[in-house]
Design a protein around this ligand. Structure first.
Ligand code: GLA
Length: 383
C-alpha cells in the first residue's frame, strides 16, 4: 500500500496544499461464488493491497483527478451524468452521480489516486476505487451516510454508470473488511459477522492466470438471467421467491423434470454453494482443514461443470495443486473466465508448490502465473 506521507507529498507538489488521504482494500473470497446476486452467502476478506486517494475539496472548479498509475489526468467543470466508453473516470463519476441522486451536492475537488491492487486479477480493484471515493465524498460533503449506504452507492456506480451487473460482495468487503477476519455475509438480509481467520499454520495462496477472457462480463450477466428464469418458474408455481435463496434443494429436485438441464444445474450449484459456505465456516473455525479444503474443491467442480464459468487455465491451476504436499484445497475465485485461484496450503509447503505449479503452467500456456500470499487488511478508512 502506498504511504500517506508519499501520497500527501505528491499531492502537495502537484496542487500546493495538503490533502485528506483515504484508502479502501481489494478483496479475496474464501467461498460463496455467484451467490451474492442470488441472495445467498459469501465469505470475503479485505486484503493488504488498497486503492489510496488524496483529495481536497475546492470552492470552485474545475475538478481534477490524476490517476497516478495510469499516468493520466482528467479535468472537468461538471460531473458527467453518463459513462464515457470504458474510461477509468466512470468509476468516480458514477459515485458522484449516486451522491447527487441522494440529494448531496458534492464540491469540486482535486485528487490523486494510486493503487497496488493488481488490475484484472479478480481482486476487485474497481470496487476498491468506487469504495474509496464513496467513503471520501461522505467525509468531504458531510453527507453522513452509514457504511451500508456507502456500499449501495459504490455498487450503484458499478451497476448503473459503469454498466456491470455485479452483486454486492466486492464493495461490501472493501468497505467493511477487518484485518485477520473474513466476513460471513448474508446477501439477502445484509446481516454479517466477522469470522476470525485463524489459519493454523496455513497460508492463503493465490495463483493468477494472468488473463481475462472477453466472455467474463457477457457470461456474468447471462448467469444472472439464467438464475432469474428459475426464480420465475417457481413464482409461476405460486412460491413466493425473490431469489434462488428462497428455494430449497428438495423443491428444486421436485421441479427438475420441468426445468431444462442448464437451468437446473445453475440453480443446483447456487443452492449447494450456499450450503458449502456454512460447512466451510464451521470447518475453518474448528481447524478442520481437510473438510474446509473439500468445500473448495467441490465449489470449483460446481463452478466448472454446473455453472460453466471456469476456463482451461483456472482448471489447470486447480488440478495442479490437487494432491500436492501441504495442499488442503483450491478453487477458482470471483466471476470466472480468468483471474485467480484461491488455495489453502501449509505455510511450509508454499515455496515448493509455487515452483512446481509455475513451471507446469509455463510449459502449457507459455506464461508464468503470478502468485500472491493473501494477507488481510482493514476496510475503507481515512489515514
Ligand atoms: C464478481 C462480482 C461479484 C460476485 C462474484 C462471483 O466478482 O463482482 O459481485 O458475483 O463475481 O461470486
Amino acid at each position: 500500500m502506498v504511504s500517506k506521507a508519499w501520497l500527501s507529498g505528491l499531492f502537495e507538489a502537484e496542487f500546493g496544499s495538503l490533502p485528506l488521504v483515504f484508502q479502501s482494500p481489494g478483496r479475496i473470497n474464501l467461498i460463496g461464488e455467484h451467490t451474492d446476486y442470488n441472495g445467498g452467502w459469501v465469505m470475503p476478506a479485505g486484503i493488504d493491497k488498497a486503492c489510496s486517494l488524496a483529495i481536497l475539496p475546492l470552492k470552485e472548479g474545475p475538478t481534477t483527478v490524476w490517476a497516478y498509475d495510469l499516468l493520466d489526468k482528467i479535468s472537468a467543470n461538471t460531473f458527467p451524468e453518463a459513462a464515457t466508453d470504458s474510461h477509468w473516470s466512470n468509476y468516480i463519476f458514477g459515485v458522484c452521480l449516486a451522491f447527487s441522486r441522494r440529494g448531496v451536492k458534492l464540491p469540486h475537488f482535486q485528487a490523486i489516486v494510486s493503487s497496488d491492487i493488481p488490475v484484472g486479477a479478480g481482486l476487485s480493484s474497481s470496487a476498491a476505487l468506487e469504495s474509496v471515493f464513496a467513503f471520501a465524498f461522505n467525509e468531504i460533503s458531510g453527507a453522513g451516510f452509514d457504511s451500508m449506504e456507502l456500499t449501495r452507492i459504490a455498487r450503484e456506480a458499478e451497476n448503473e454508470f459503469v454498466g456491470l451487473q455485479c452483486g454486492i460482495m466486492d464493495m461490501f468487503a472493501s468497505i467493511h473488511a477487518r484485518q485477520d477476519h473474513a466476513i460471513r455475509l448474508d446477501c439477502r438480509s445484509l446481516a454479517y459477522e466477522y469470522v476470525p481467520l485463524a489459519m493454523g499454520g496455513n497460508k492463503i495462496l493465490l495463483f493468477d492466470t494472468c488473463l481475462k477472457h472477453d466472455l467474463a462480463s457477457s457470461e456474468y450477466n447471462l448467469r444472472r438471467q439464467e438464475c432469474e428464469k428459475v426464480v420465475h418458474h417457481f413464482q409461476g408455481l405460486g412460491i413466493e421467491a425473490q431469489t434462488l435463496r428462497d428455494i430449497t434443494l428438495p423443491q428444486l429436485l421436485e421441479a427438475a423434470p420441468d426445468l431444462d438441464p442448464v437451468s437446473f444445474n445453475r440453480a443446483r450449484f447456487v443452492l449447494e454453494e450456499n450450503e458449502r459456505v456454512e460447512v466451510f465456516a464451521e470447518a475453518m473455525q474448528t481447524g478442520n482443514w481437510a473438510l474446509a479444503g473439500e468445500q473448495l474443491y467441490a465449489s470449483h467442480a460446481g463452478l466448472k461443470n454446473d455453472y460453466n464459468v471456469s476456463c482451461r487455465e483456472l482448471d489447470f491451476l486447480v488440478d495442479a495443486v490437487r494432491g500436492q504436499p501441504g495442499v488442503w484445497g483450491g478453487r477458482m475465485m470471483g466471476g470466472g473466465f480468468g483471474g485467480c485461484t484461491i488455495n489453502i496450503v501449509a505455510a511450509s509447503a508454499v515455496d515448493d508448490l509455487v515452483q512446481k505449479v509455475a513451471s507446469a503452467y509455463l510449459n502449457v500456456f507459455g506464461v508464468e502465473p503470478k502468485h500472491y500470499i493473501a494477507s488481510t487488511g482493514d476496510g475503507a478508512c481515512m489515514l
